[in-house]
Structures are given as C-alpha cells and as structure tokens.
Design a protein around this ligand. Structure first.
Ligand code: ADP
Ligand code: MG
Length: 687
C-alpha cells in the first residue's frame, strides 16, 4: 500500500534509475520487496546503533547486546572433523580489552576481514573468559568521503538479503534521501497538519511543534526513520508514517462503503412487531438493557436507506442468539426470508432446535440445511407448525452451515443474512453469501471480542454494536491453572460434581479439519481412560470424524443428562449451550490461544450453579503458564483478546487460514489504537 497515489511522482520510478543500482542489486532489492524509489525510502531499519557512544569491550555483558568498536589484531580459520567443520575467529582490541568473535561453519567469513581492519561488532557475550561472541553482527569501518554516513551517528541497521551489504544499502538510502527528500509530498493535505520543517535537511523534533500539530512532515519523518538525531525521533517518525497508513486504509474502507451504498438499495425490513411482541412475551426472561440497545440499532438499520452491514460483538453467554432471533423476526414481519449461518453442524442444529421452539408457535417455518441434514426434504417440522405457517406466514428462516453457500441452494426474497461466530468464516465467504440475495441486510455476530485496533481496521466497513452486559443470575466461572501431576485430585473433584448432579466437558487440543488417524486414536484412548475414571457415570465422545447422526445423538444424550461427561475436541468451542454442565477440564491447555480457551470456558457458567474451568498445562516453559494465568485473573473477553493479540499476533486471534488483517510497514495493530482512532476522525471530517 503506497501513499503516493500520483503515479507520475519521481518516487514511483524503479530503483534501477538510481546511480549505482544495476541488475544484480535491483534483483537483491526486489527480494526485499523494494521495487520503486519510494519502496526504498520506506524500507524501515530493523534496529539502530548509536555509534556516537560505544561500549568498551571490557564493559560488554552476557545479558544485554551492545556495540563495540575495535581493531582486528589476529584472525584465523580452524578446520576439524576432517575439514567438515570449521570455526573462523578474529580478535578485536579496543584498548580496554580483547574480544574473540567466532563464526561456526562459515569459512567464507575469512575473506571479509583482514588484520588491521577497524570493525563494529554488535552482540552479547557467550563467554567472559576469554570474552567471546558467536556470530556477532559486524561492519568494517572504511574511511573516505562517505564515512560520516556510517560512523559518529545513530546508524540504521536494515533487514538485508543474501549478498547485499549493510553499508552499501545505508549509503544508497542516504544518497536517495538527499536527492528525493524534497519530493516527498504530504499525501493527506487538509487532513494531517504537520508542523513546517525548519529546513530541508534539519529534521524538526516533535517538541518544537505546537501540541495540536505534534507531527513532523512526511518528508521529515522519512529522514528521521533512517537517520534520527536521537533515538526518541524514531518513534515520532514511525507514528507519523503509521498515521499515513491508517488514514489511507480508512479512505479505502470509506470509499468501499460509499460505493456499496451508492449501488445498493435497502430492503424495508424494519417490521411491525406483530411477531416480536408474542415472541418476547413467551421468552421467559427480559432482555438486558444492552440487548435492547443493540436491537434499537439494528431496527434503525433494517428500516434505513442502506443495507445493514453490522458486526455484533458480545462475550460468550451475553445472549446474542436472542438478538439474532429478534432481528430475524423484524425481517420476517416485513415479508422477507432470513438465513442464519453457523460454523459447525452442531451449532446449526442447536440453533435449529432453539429457533423451531421459538418460531413455530408464531407460525414461522424454520428449515435446516447442512451437509448431512435437510429438513425441507425430510419434513422434520411439526405438523401444526407447518400447517399454521402456510396460512400465517409465507416467509421462513433457513439455518445452515457452509452448505448454505453451495451453488444448488438459492433462497429467494432474502431480506437478512445472519452469520454467527464470524471468526470462523472468511471475508470471502461472507461476501458470497450476501451476494446470493439482492443486497440483503447483514448481521455478523462474533464472540471473540476483537481488540479495537483490529476491529477498526479489519471490520472497518461494518458498523459495530456491542452487548456489554451479561444476563443476571449467572453462575460464576472459577478458573484454575494446574500441573498434570494434580490430575488425580482434579478427577476426584469432577466425580464429586457429577455425583451432585452436574455435568462436565473434557477437552483435548485437536484441530478437527486436520484430524489424522493418530489424533483420533489419541482422543479415543483418552475417552476410554475417562470412561474408566468416571465409571459408573456415562461418558460421550465427540470429534470431527464422528458421523453427523451420531454427533447429534451424543449431544442429545448430553443435553438430557443421560451422559454426564463429554470428551471432545475444540469442536464444542462455539455456541453449545447446556446450562447443567458446570465443569470443564482442558488438557494441554497451552496449545490453545487465550481467546479460544475463553470461548471454550464460555460453555460453562450458563446456569445458576457455580462453574469450574481447570486448565491443565505441563508446559515446561514458564511463559506458557504465565499466559494461562491471565484466564485465572479475568473473565473480561476484551482484556483476554488484547493479551492474545500481544502474545500471538492477529493471525492467531482470527484463525489461521484467513486472518485478513492488513499489513503495515509502520502501523502496529497491537499498539496504535490512538492513531487508528485519529485516522478515522480525520477521514470522517475530511472525506
Ligand atoms: P452467546 O452470546 O454466547 O451466543 P447465547 O445467546 O447462547 O449466548 O445465550 C446464552 C444463554 O443466556 C442462553 O441460554 C439464553 O437463553 C440466555 N439468555 C439470553 N438473554 C438472556 C436474558 N436477557 N436474560 C436471561 N437469560 C438470557
Ligand atoms: Mg452464540
């Protein structure tokens, strides 16, 4: 993504226009993703070296990497094991001490150095007697006209590729900046107001700017990112360049949205309450004020001028399903069909059961359409409901999985599409489904609380509603992280709970889609083990390879408490609702992401009884344990998602296949919430 929209800008020219860049160098730069002069100027350093202040060799430590400068006083290559293995070593002296620098099995290093060379080395000691570094980063200091680019300053250290010397690239970027800095335009004229530079070559510090325009110009920021006067300049420059990226993304999102609104007309789906009233009356509980607030937002959308594009966020158990039901009723009242898509068959079937119970008394047909189940063909509806619906309501709700996307399936007169648990679906799938109709309204629901930074970028083209309140009267979930050696006690605890009438989930970390025969064997073995441990109580097994019909009957038995414990893979992660299940045991918990564990844990704590989630981790590394402790400490899905984002990055949080998160050179989805907000405001004010 390049902020230089003007293709005639000299910065859009290819790098081989630059002096000194021939075919080979251009090919090397291309491997780094550098094709144009602008790409080169935006190639951010990996780190910086303050070459005004060195560490004395005598002061280098094992703990912290540092830069030293010295002269090579001896060097040599040793071969051993019949010449197969080697170590090249030189000894550096800076007057304070000597430093041995070694490279294992890289005999070619020998030709880069000579006794008498002055060298920078960067690294930490592996030994102190004698002081030794293995594979430090090095740069030979050369005299000459350009030496000021490399020494006595904060020097940038760039990501490189094979054959490309650090020093050469630094020189190239310096010269390119000298020549092109004045051509780096403000891409967001009228939006971002930087303070004026004092001169073309003197970067202006943020401290010198008025607080309301606390930003360097883009040109200054580019210089500062490469050749900062102080290390604090780097972050100032990065933020300026990141802001440009976010602004550009927001412009893109807005124009996509505008485009969409221009070519689509909303179907009138606001409803008239004739189904909603009796529905709410028989529900057995009152909507929370958060649910009611969200429904008002949805009703405004469904009756509005543009098709709804709304993301509904609510922690597990916050009651999104009822909101979906009410939204569906609005469209149904208005004479349109509704489709509801769930990520797994189990969840689709659960929705089918709930919605049938809710809607058939209202005379609304509910259909199920999954890979293995088609209620239309099977006529699974109750006779009275079917008969009534023919008279009362010609429109229906169709619930399904991916099967809803298959070409053969076509739902006429589609007014509203609801997608449950969005993070399991790709953006592309979302679009496919919505294109099936004539721009139906779209409600996307997710229980993975999406950190604001991600939400505003990834789902920037959706409006967002949040259910930020749990229904009253919920049992609490207590979470414990335990080592595997505590398992006997844990099983005893589970037996007690089951004896008291409760039920339990036992979860193993297996990913259904990639299930191999081995995984199945492992889970099956665990299943037998659990059966033994819990006898005479009954135990059921659920994983990706269990046939649909069997899955259904296991779930039915679990719901009816004919089975007291369910051994399962992460399959039960989403949406399953059995309020009497109050214990969850997760083995090898460290293999799951925090957000995923939080989802899993959402299966319990759904009834009035106190619930217990026990995370077993034998992770040798303490970090994994620390990570899990976050779940002991908080039930706040947003906090957990933020932590997951910091620890594992956006891909993990959103699912492997399709993180869809935009890539930034300078922007940081973990840190830059304030900039993303600022970008949104700037673009909203100045579209
Ligand atoms: P999720 O947001 O995770 O999809 P569900 O919609 O499955 O949550 O709701 C969880 C449980 O809470 C369900 O049993 C549902 O019937 C119940 N529920 C939903 N809204 C309320 C409410 N306002 N008061 C009491 N219980 C509610
Ligand atoms: Mg749900």
């Amino acid at each position: 993504m390049s902020p230089t929209e003007n293709k005639t800008s000299p910065l859009a020219g290819p790098v081989n226009l630059l002096w000194g860049v021939g075919g080979e160098r251009a090919a090397q730069l291309a491997r780094l993703g550098i094709f144009t002069i602008e790409d080169l100027l935006l190639h951010a350093p990996r780190r910086y070296e303050d070459r005004r202040h060195f560490r004395k060799i005598a002061e280098l430590t094992k703990e912290e990497p540092g830069t030293a400068r010295g002269t090579i006083v001896a060097q040599g290559l040793k071969r051993f094991r019949g010449g197969n293995k080697s170590v090249f070593e030189f000894i550096l002296d800076d007057g304070s001490a000597r430093l041995h620098c070694r490279w294992w099995n890289q005999p070619f290093m020998e030709k880069y150095f000579e006794v008498g060379d002055e060298v920078f080395v960067f690294g930490k000691l592996v030994e102190t007697k004698p002081r030794t570094m293995d594979h430090p980063e090095t740069e030979v200091i050369e005299g000459g006209e350009e030496s000021f680019i490399h020494i006595n300053r904060i020097a940038p250290v760039y990501p490189l590729t094979e054959g490309l010397p650090q020093r050469w690239l630094r020189g190239l970027i310096w010269r390119t900046l000298e020549r092109f800095e004045s051509q780096i335009a403000e891409p967001q004229v009228g939006r971002v107001t930087p303070c004026a530079p004092t001169s073309a070559t003197t970067p202006r510090r943020a401290e010198d700017c008025a607080p309301h325009q606390n930003l360097p110009t883009r040109a200054n920021a580019v210089r500062m990112i490469h050749f900062p006067e102080e290390l604090t300049d780097v972050e100032i420059a990065r933020r300026r360049l990141a802001l440009d990226e976010f602004v550009e993304l927001q412009i893109h999102i807005r124009s996509r949205r505008k485009n969409f609104e221009a070519k689509s007309r909303a179907l009138p789906c606001g409803g008239d309450n004739r189904l909603m009233k009796p529905f709410l009356a028989q529900l057995g509980f009152r909507l929370t004020s958060a649910q009611a607030k969200v429904l008002r937002e949805i009703r405004a959308d469904l009756g509005g001028r543009h098709p709804m594009r709304r993301l509904l966020q609510g922690d597990v158990g916050s009651g999104k399903t009822v909101v979906a039901a009410c939204s569906a009723l609005m469209a149904l009242e208005s004479g349109f069909n509704v489709a509801l898509m769930a990520p797994t068959e189990i969840l689709a079937e659960q929705h089918f059961r709930n919605f049938t119970k809710w809607f058939e008394p209202l005379g609304v047909k509910v259909e199920l359409q999954t890979g293995s189940h088609r209620s239309r063909e099977q006529g699974a509806r109750s006779k009275t409901g079917a008969a009534k619906s023919l008279i009362l309501n010609p429109c229906s709700l169709t619930i399904g999985t991916h099967a809803l996307l298959t070409a053969g399936f076509d739902l006429p007169n589609l007014g509203l599409v609801i997608i449950d648990e969005q993070h399991k679906f790709g953006v592309a799938q979302r679009e496919t489904l919505v294109r099936k109709g004539n721009y139906p309204h779209l409600l996307v629901m997710t229980a993975t609380p999406i950190p604001r930074t991600l939400g505003l970028t990834l789902y920037g083209d959706l409006d967002v509603s949040v259910i930020d309140e749990m229904p009253a009267g919920r049992g609490r979930v207590k979470t414990f992280v335990r080592a595997a050696e505590k398992l006997p006690k844990v099983w005893e605890f589970i037996r007690e709970k089951i004896a008291a009438g409760r039920q339990a989930y036992v979860v193993y970390p297996r990913v259904e889609e990639q299930d191999t025969a081995n995984d199945i064997k492992a889970v099956t073995k665990e299943f037998e083990n659990v059966q033994r441990l819990l006898a005479p109580f009954k135990v059921g097994l659920l994983h990706g390879r269990v046939k649909s019909a069997e899955k259904e009957s296991v779930m039915a038995a679990f719901r009816a408490n004919q089975i007291q414990a369910l051994v399962a893979t992460a399959l039960i992660e989403v949406g399953v609702d059995v309020p009497n299940a109050t214990v969850m045991l997760v083995e090898n918990a460290e293999r799951f992401g925090l957000a995923q564990l939080h989802q899993l844990r959402g299966r319990i704590g759904r009834g009035a009884h106190e619930s217990f989630c026990i995370l077993i981790s034998d992770a040798k590394n303490p970090e994994a344990r620390e990570r899990l402790k976050i779940l002991e400490e908080t039930n706040d899905g947003f906090k957990i998602a933020e932590a997951d984002l910091k620890l594992r990055g956006p891909g993990e949080l959103l699912g492997r296949e399709q993180s869809g998160a935009p890539k930034f050179r300078f922007g940081n989805l973990v840190e830059d919430l304030d900039l993303i907000r600022q970008a949104r405001e700037l673009v909203a004010k100045n579209p």
